[in-house]
Design a protein around this ligand. Structure first.
Ligand code: FES
Length: 224
Protein backbone atom coordinates (compact mmCIF):
# COMPACT_ATOMS: atom_id res chain seq x y z
CA UNK A 1 0.00 0.00 0.00
CA UNK A 2 1.27 3.46 -0.87
CA UNK A 3 0.34 6.18 1.60
CA UNK A 4 -1.32 8.90 -0.49
CA UNK A 5 -4.20 10.28 1.60
CA UNK A 6 -6.07 10.19 4.86
CA UNK A 7 -7.38 6.64 4.59
CA UNK A 8 -4.09 5.05 3.60
CA UNK A 9 -2.36 7.08 6.30
CA UNK A 10 -4.79 5.70 8.87
CA UNK A 11 -4.23 2.18 7.55
CA UNK A 12 -0.46 2.62 7.65
CA UNK A 13 -0.68 3.33 11.37
CA UNK A 14 -2.42 0.09 12.22
CA UNK A 15 -0.31 -2.31 14.21
CA UNK A 16 -0.59 -5.94 15.28
CA UNK A 17 -3.90 -6.46 17.08
CA UNK A 18 -5.60 -3.42 15.56
CA UNK A 19 -8.59 -4.05 13.31
CA UNK A 20 -10.79 -2.51 10.64
CA UNK A 21 -14.35 -1.46 11.38
CA UNK A 22 -15.48 -3.57 8.42
CA UNK A 23 -14.22 -5.17 5.26
CA UNK A 24 -16.42 -6.31 2.36
CA UNK A 25 -15.56 -8.34 -0.67
CA UNK A 26 -14.93 -9.76 -3.11
CA UNK A 27 -16.77 -7.14 -5.15
CA UNK A 28 -17.07 -6.66 -8.90
CA UNK A 29 -16.53 -9.22 -11.60
CA UNK A 30 -13.64 -11.64 -11.91
CA UNK A 31 -11.11 -11.34 -14.73
CA UNK A 32 -12.25 -13.01 -17.95
CA UNK A 33 -9.34 -15.17 -19.02
CA UNK A 34 -9.56 -16.21 -22.64
CA UNK A 35 -6.98 -18.33 -24.44
CA UNK A 36 -4.24 -16.39 -26.19
CA UNK A 37 -0.89 -17.61 -27.54
CA UNK A 38 0.77 -14.57 -25.94
CA UNK A 39 -0.49 -12.03 -23.42
CA UNK A 40 1.29 -8.77 -22.78
CA UNK A 41 0.88 -7.49 -19.22
CA UNK A 42 1.76 -3.90 -18.33
CA UNK A 43 2.08 -3.12 -14.63
CA UNK A 44 2.56 0.47 -13.51
CA UNK A 45 3.47 1.19 -9.88
CA UNK A 46 1.02 -0.53 -7.53
CA UNK A 47 -0.53 -2.16 -10.60
CA UNK A 48 2.06 -4.91 -10.09
CA UNK A 49 -0.20 -6.34 -7.38
CA UNK A 50 -3.32 -6.98 -9.50
CA UNK A 51 -1.22 -7.91 -12.56
CA UNK A 52 0.56 -10.73 -10.73
CA UNK A 53 -2.37 -13.18 -10.25
CA UNK A 54 -3.68 -12.50 -13.77
CA UNK A 55 -0.25 -13.13 -15.30
CA UNK A 56 0.12 -16.30 -13.25
CA UNK A 57 -3.32 -17.53 -14.34
CA UNK A 58 -2.50 -16.95 -18.03
CA UNK A 59 0.79 -18.75 -17.62
CA UNK A 60 -0.94 -21.69 -15.93
CA UNK A 61 -3.29 -21.85 -18.94
CA UNK A 62 -0.38 -22.18 -21.32
CA UNK A 63 -0.11 -18.62 -22.65
CA UNK A 64 3.25 -17.02 -23.18
CA UNK A 65 3.37 -14.09 -20.77
CA UNK A 66 5.39 -10.95 -21.44
CA UNK A 67 5.37 -8.47 -18.56
CA UNK A 68 6.42 -4.85 -18.67
CA UNK A 69 6.74 -3.44 -15.17
CA UNK A 70 7.32 0.26 -14.64
CA UNK A 71 7.64 2.75 -11.81
CA UNK A 72 8.83 6.29 -11.32
CA UNK A 73 12.03 5.07 -9.61
CA UNK A 74 13.60 1.89 -8.24
CA UNK A 75 12.33 2.35 -4.67
CA UNK A 76 8.75 2.23 -5.97
CA UNK A 77 9.26 -1.15 -7.67
CA UNK A 78 8.07 -4.23 -5.81
CA UNK A 79 7.32 -7.89 -6.61
CA UNK A 80 9.76 -7.80 -9.52
CA UNK A 81 10.92 -11.36 -8.69
CA UNK A 82 7.35 -12.60 -8.39
CA UNK A 83 6.37 -11.09 -11.71
CA UNK A 84 9.52 -12.37 -13.38
CA UNK A 85 8.80 -15.87 -12.06
CA UNK A 86 5.43 -16.04 -13.82
CA UNK A 87 6.62 -14.33 -17.01
CA UNK A 88 8.45 -15.77 -20.00
CA UNK A 89 9.88 -12.31 -20.53
CA UNK A 90 9.98 -9.53 -17.94
CA UNK A 91 10.98 -5.97 -18.78
CA UNK A 92 11.52 -3.33 -16.10
CA UNK A 93 11.41 0.40 -16.73
CA UNK A 94 11.82 3.40 -14.46
CA UNK A 95 11.13 7.01 -15.37
CA UNK A 96 14.44 8.14 -13.83
CA UNK A 97 16.52 5.19 -15.06
CA UNK A 98 17.39 4.02 -11.53
CA UNK A 99 16.43 0.43 -12.49
CA UNK A 100 15.84 -1.35 -15.79
CA UNK A 101 15.32 0.63 -18.93
CA UNK A 102 14.98 4.40 -18.52
CA UNK A 103 11.63 5.79 -19.62
CA UNK A 104 7.96 4.87 -19.61
CA UNK A 105 6.32 1.47 -20.11
CA UNK A 106 4.87 2.64 -23.42
CA UNK A 107 8.30 2.44 -25.10
CA UNK A 108 8.80 -1.34 -24.72
CA UNK A 109 5.05 -1.86 -25.21
CA UNK A 110 5.21 -0.35 -28.68
CA UNK A 111 8.41 -2.27 -29.48
CA UNK A 112 6.82 -5.58 -28.49
CA UNK A 113 3.79 -4.89 -30.64
CA UNK A 114 5.96 -3.93 -33.63
CA UNK A 115 8.08 -7.08 -33.22
CA UNK A 116 4.99 -9.29 -33.10
CA UNK A 117 5.01 -10.02 -36.82
CA UNK A 118 3.14 -13.30 -36.37
CA UNK A 119 0.36 -11.57 -34.42
CA UNK A 120 0.82 -13.85 -31.43
CA UNK A 121 -0.15 -11.19 -28.90
CA UNK A 122 -3.86 -11.69 -28.41
CA UNK A 123 -4.45 -9.25 -25.60
CA UNK A 124 -2.79 -6.51 -23.59
CA UNK A 125 -3.56 -5.92 -19.93
CA UNK A 126 -2.59 -2.49 -18.60
CA UNK A 127 -3.03 -1.84 -14.89
CA UNK A 128 -1.66 1.14 -13.02
CA UNK A 129 -2.19 4.89 -12.82
CA UNK A 130 -5.02 6.18 -15.03
CA UNK A 131 -2.70 8.27 -17.20
CA UNK A 132 -0.53 5.21 -17.84
CA UNK A 133 -3.52 3.05 -18.78
CA UNK A 134 -4.77 5.73 -21.16
CA UNK A 135 -1.31 6.01 -22.76
CA UNK A 136 -1.11 2.23 -23.20
CA UNK A 137 -4.51 2.23 -24.91
CA UNK A 138 -3.32 4.90 -27.32
CA UNK A 139 -0.29 2.73 -28.17
CA UNK A 140 -2.32 -0.44 -28.74
CA UNK A 141 -5.23 1.20 -30.60
CA UNK A 142 -3.50 1.41 -34.03
CA UNK A 143 -2.53 -2.27 -33.72
CA UNK A 144 -6.16 -3.25 -33.10
CA UNK A 145 -5.21 -5.39 -30.10
CA UNK A 146 -7.75 -5.88 -27.34
CA UNK A 147 -6.61 -3.92 -24.30
CA UNK A 148 -8.04 -4.55 -20.85
CA UNK A 149 -7.60 -1.99 -18.09
CA UNK A 150 -8.53 -2.16 -14.41
CA UNK A 151 -10.04 1.12 -13.25
CA UNK A 152 -9.39 2.76 -9.91
CA UNK A 153 -12.30 5.18 -9.65
CA UNK A 154 -13.42 6.94 -6.50
CA UNK A 155 -15.81 4.50 -4.79
CA UNK A 156 -18.32 4.99 -2.00
CA UNK A 157 -20.54 1.94 -1.36
CA UNK A 158 -18.83 -0.46 -3.78
CA UNK A 159 -22.08 -2.25 -4.59
CA UNK A 160 -23.57 -0.32 -7.52
CA UNK A 161 -25.92 1.96 -5.60
CA UNK A 162 -24.28 5.40 -5.36
CA UNK A 163 -23.02 5.92 -8.92
CA UNK A 164 -19.81 7.50 -7.69
CA UNK A 165 -17.65 5.06 -9.64
CA UNK A 166 -19.43 5.48 -12.97
CA UNK A 167 -17.47 5.38 -16.18
CA UNK A 168 -18.49 6.25 -19.72
CA UNK A 169 -18.00 3.45 -22.25
CA UNK A 170 -18.91 4.85 -25.66
CA UNK A 171 -21.91 6.66 -24.22
CA UNK A 172 -22.97 3.78 -21.96
CA UNK A 173 -22.68 4.26 -18.20
CA UNK A 174 -21.05 1.44 -16.28
CA UNK A 175 -20.19 1.12 -12.61
CA UNK A 176 -16.60 0.20 -11.90
CA UNK A 177 -17.48 -1.49 -8.60
CA UNK A 178 -20.12 -3.87 -9.92
CA UNK A 179 -19.56 -4.02 -13.72
CA UNK A 180 -15.76 -3.81 -13.48
CA UNK A 181 -13.11 -3.14 -12.49
CA UNK A 182 -11.84 -4.48 -15.84
CA UNK A 183 -13.05 -2.88 -19.05
CA UNK A 184 -12.08 -2.64 -22.69
CA UNK A 185 -9.71 0.33 -22.57
CA UNK A 186 -10.50 1.35 -26.14
CA UNK A 187 -14.12 2.06 -25.22
CA UNK A 188 -13.43 4.34 -22.26
CA UNK A 189 -13.90 8.10 -22.44
CA UNK A 190 -10.52 8.79 -20.85
CA UNK A 191 -10.84 12.57 -20.70
CA UNK A 192 -14.04 12.28 -18.71
CA UNK A 193 -12.52 9.58 -16.53
CA UNK A 194 -9.40 11.60 -15.72
CA UNK A 195 -11.54 14.64 -14.95
CA UNK A 196 -13.74 12.67 -12.56
CA UNK A 197 -10.68 11.38 -10.73
CA UNK A 198 -9.99 14.97 -9.63
CA UNK A 199 -13.54 15.74 -8.49
CA UNK A 200 -12.73 15.57 -4.79
CA UNK A 201 -9.09 16.65 -4.92
CA UNK A 202 -9.79 19.72 -2.77
CA UNK A 203 -11.79 17.77 -0.16
CA UNK A 204 -9.10 15.06 -0.08
CA UNK A 205 -6.43 17.67 0.57
CA UNK A 206 -8.52 19.31 3.33
CA UNK A 207 -9.13 15.93 4.92
CA UNK A 208 -5.43 15.14 4.94
CA UNK A 209 -4.52 18.51 6.42
CA UNK A 210 -7.12 18.08 9.17
CA UNK A 211 -5.83 14.62 9.97
CA UNK A 212 -2.20 15.73 10.06
CA UNK A 213 -3.08 18.73 12.23
CA UNK A 214 -4.70 16.36 14.70
CA UNK A 215 -2.31 13.40 14.64
CA UNK A 216 0.91 14.70 13.11
CA UNK A 217 3.12 12.88 10.66
CA UNK A 218 5.34 11.03 13.11
CA UNK A 219 5.82 7.41 12.16
CA UNK A 220 4.18 7.69 8.74
CA UNK A 221 6.03 5.68 6.10
CA UNK A 222 5.55 6.12 2.36
CA UNK A 223 4.69 2.42 2.15
CA UNK A 224 3.01 0.11 4.57
S1 FES B 1 -19.04 2.76 -5.64
FE1 FES B 1 -21.13 3.29 -5.57
S2 FES B 1 -21.94 2.56 -7.44
FE2 FES B 1 -19.88 1.94 -7.45
Amino acid sequence: MMVVGTSTMKLSRLGPGDCFYALIGPLGRPSELESYPTVLMVAGGVGAAPVFPIARAFRDRGSRVVTIQGARSSELLFWTEKLAAVSHRHIVTTDDGSAGRPGLVTGPLEECLQQDVQRQIGCVYAIGPAAMMKACCEVTRPFGIKTVVSLNTVMVDGTGMCGGCRVNLRGQTRFTCSDGPEFDGHQIDWDEFLGRQKTYAHEEQCSLERYLAQYGQAGVKPFA
